[in-house]
Design a protein. Structure first.
Length: 485
């Protein structure tokens, strides 16, 4: 779709207000922030409640059916608001929008905008056009069922666009914000049989190192101390666009370039794939001091038969060996993972292999998911789909194993001083502050809100569930690097 000319809109009192709600992963969160930045750059005001907004956007996820249903349910409930306030623009963005396209208009007639994963940068233009059209319609006549029963009023754009990976590059930072996510690539070429991402996000395509380093420089100049590099399979960054230098992959070249930025204190990346962990990346973990001591390494299954059916391209034995390499490279590194239970054809024996491997590895934490069929994926058509009660039993059983290993990992920190980057007020207890260790563990502690954005030492006094509780000790030297958590 060709870029639209912006209509001339005159607002008597103020520019429109917008509300955006995000479902799903950190990449979706990052995409939403780009949209928010673009709208605010044009004078729009962000609000926290949809009832106060002139534009309501839901950035959607399609990885699991529950995420789809939550977004659809939310938009359905907004139908009442559409009747009460016919001037409001309603839109779906992101993965579900990409997967379902124009069909989303069929049962939700108040939806005006459907924008796919390669067109976030087009949202401000489309919003302005729709706001202008709705303002004009409201002057013509009253709202009836829908201010525009003619579907030609709606805008649907799910087409691919070359260079879209370069458009997620601007951010709105809160006061004293010390952490930020940086999108380094879009898409995925792995085609795991359970995953819809290659269809919704497209093929792998990467930003240039120069562009990414420039964005991180700008963030650091605004006070950011920790950056997380985002990619669907982040450690395969640049493999189609850029060349190796000696034995160093484009991803390791990027890590080194970002590591050199003065003022950056911590560097993270998510989510990698086991097949992308080669010797150069293991070496980078050992020698790049700003790389935080945490790796999220998706397992998915401990059964080689199921891993093959998932098209994961590694074995349980290779995964265990990789974990040992990572732990040898970096002392006390935290390893977290993703696991799917109830994949089609998973026998009790297959599940026991997964359970045994999770018990053996002793992850610091894990996200355990019941397999959810996604249309247009090979796994959805496989025989031997597992019944939901069986999935639930395996899910709850594996959570017990994960929770116990997470508890032990946290209790090992009790009595120790750890380096914490304060992120502000705790969401669960606003009377206290919260921050994260270098191993990505949440620490809650008392202190002045002026500590937000600062790195300090906290003595851990208690471990409770997945959180740690402590007391600030002394500020730590930002330049000092040690082997603490």
């Amino acid at each position: 779709m060709a870029q639209l000319a912006r209509p001339c809109i005159i607002f008597a009192l103020s520019m429109p207000k917008f509300f955006i709600k995000t479902y799903g992963c950190q990449m979706n969160e990052r995409d939403s922030e780009q949209v928010a930045h673009s709208l605010m750059a044009r004078g729009y005001e962000r609000v926290a409640k949809e009832a106060e907004a002139d534009v309501v956007l839901l950035n959607t996820c399609s990885v699991r059916d529950m995420a789809d249903q939550k977004a659809l349910g939310k938009m359905g409930m907004l139908g009442r608001l559409a009747k009460e306030q016919p001037h409001v623009v309603f839109g779906f963005l992101g993965c579900m929008a990409q997967a379902r396209g124009e069909s989303l208009l069929k049962n939700l007639p108040h939806v005006d905008l459907v924008v796919g994963t390669q067109k976030f940068h087009r949202v401000p233009d489309y919003v302005e056009e729709l706001v202008g059209k709705k303002a004009a319609r409201s002057e013509i006549g009253p709202y009836q069922k829908r201010a525009m029963d003619d579907l030609r009023f709606s805008i649907v754009d799910i087409a691919e666009e070359a260079g879209s990976q370069e458009t997620i590059r601007e951010q709105q930072l809160a006061p004293r914000q010390a952490t930020a996510f940086v999108s380094i690539m879009q898409g995925c070429n792995m085609h795991c049989t359970f995953c819809i991402v290659p269809q919704t996000r497209g093929a792998e395509r990467s930003r240039s190192i120069v562009e990414i380093v420039g964005e991180v420089h700008r963030l650091v100049s605004r006070g950011v101390k920790e950056v997380t590099l985002l990619g669907q399979i982040v450690n395969l960054y640049g493999r189609h666009e850029f060349s190796k230098r000696g034995s160093k992959s484009p991803f390791v070249q990027l890590l080194e370039a970002v590591h050199e930025i003065d003022g950056l204190e911590r560097l993270r990346f998510t989510s990698p794939h086991p097949i992308g962990f080669h010797d150069d990346l293991i070496d980078a973990l050992a020698r790049l001091s700003k790389l935080a001591e945490h790796v999220h390494l998706p397992l998915q299954s401990g059964s080689n038969r199921i891993l093959k059916a998932m098209h994961r391209a590694y074995t349980a034995e290779k995964y265990i060996d990789l974990v040992h390499q990572v732990r040898r490279a970096r002392k006390e590194i935290a390893i977290t993972t993703d696991v799917i239970v109830g994949f089609p054809g998973e026998t009790e024996s297959d599940y026991r292999r997964t359970r045994d491997l999770v018990e053996h590895i002793q992850f610091d934490n894990a996200f355990v998911f019941r397999y959810s069929p996604r249309r247009d994926t090979p796994a959805a058509e496989m025989q031997e789909q597992i019944e939901e009660p069986v999935k639930e039993v395996r899910n709850q059983d594996l959570l017990l194993v994960v929770n116990e290993s997470a508890r032990r990992a946290n209790e090992r920190l009790v009595g120790r001083d750890v380096e914490v980057l304060c992120e502000g007020r705790s969401k669960t207890n606003p009377a206290r502050l919260m921050g994260r260790t270098r191993t990505n563990k949440i620490v809650v502690f008392e202190g002045d809100e002026k500590l937000t954005g600062e790195i300090l030492e906290v003595r851990i006094q208690q471990a409770n569930g997945f959180s740690l509780y402590g007391t600030p000790v002394l500020p730590t030297s930002c330049a000092a690097r040690n082997d603490r958590a």
